[in-house]
Design a protein around this ligand. Sequence first.
Ligand code: ZN
Length: 244
Amino acid sequence: METRSVTGLVIREKRVSEADRLVWILTDEVGVIKAFVPNALKINSKFLSATQLLSYSKLYIKPTKDETFRISDAKPINVFFGLRKDVRALALCGYMCELIATLAPKGEEAHEFLGVALNSAHLLSENIADFRLIKAVFELKFCCLAGYMPDISGCVICGETESDSFTFNCNDGIIYCGECDGGGRKISKSVLMAMRHIVESDRKRAFAFSLGDQSLDSLCAVCEEFVISQTERHYKTLDFYKEL
Ligand SMILES: [Zn+2]
């Protein structure tokens, strides 16, 4: 097959020999792929920076065996320099990369997944939004894109949409009003409004809202619990981020 060009974000790297590296990339056109970077020690520095972890690059790839690709050339588009100076931002990106590997498609287009990942990396790199907000939007948007869309329009029993407080059931992705409480995590109306905003907005507007400090803590906790519950797995990178 012919060499083709894709754009993508490097989400994981592994050294396989003295000179060769294997990288995992979230691409626009073929989702998450695994690719060899040949002779990593001999190639020029532009190629090297384009294929390092958390670089967003234009990549020329050719399929080899076992659904793996070989990168013949690469040019960096954005290396998110700011991320590399902030250990907390880097740790949060590590967790996001693990979510990408878990939730993003393989072999299919992934424009929206990549868009959300790039918006998040940009906000973290420039340090222009609260980390809790970025993390919550990323988690909830990724769940929605992967098919785990919560039904938060109204109480699942009586249909109430405007109660002062609700409970969110993370296993089923549904809400109960205060009257019909069916168990789950208590959330205020403002947290519910923020969740609706994230679910309903396009990926750029999804990050554009503000919440009080306590509500942001609550939003952060509920989105985290939702993604863990939906994907049924433990994220070591999340433990690491929270330890910092
Ligand atoms: Zn109800």
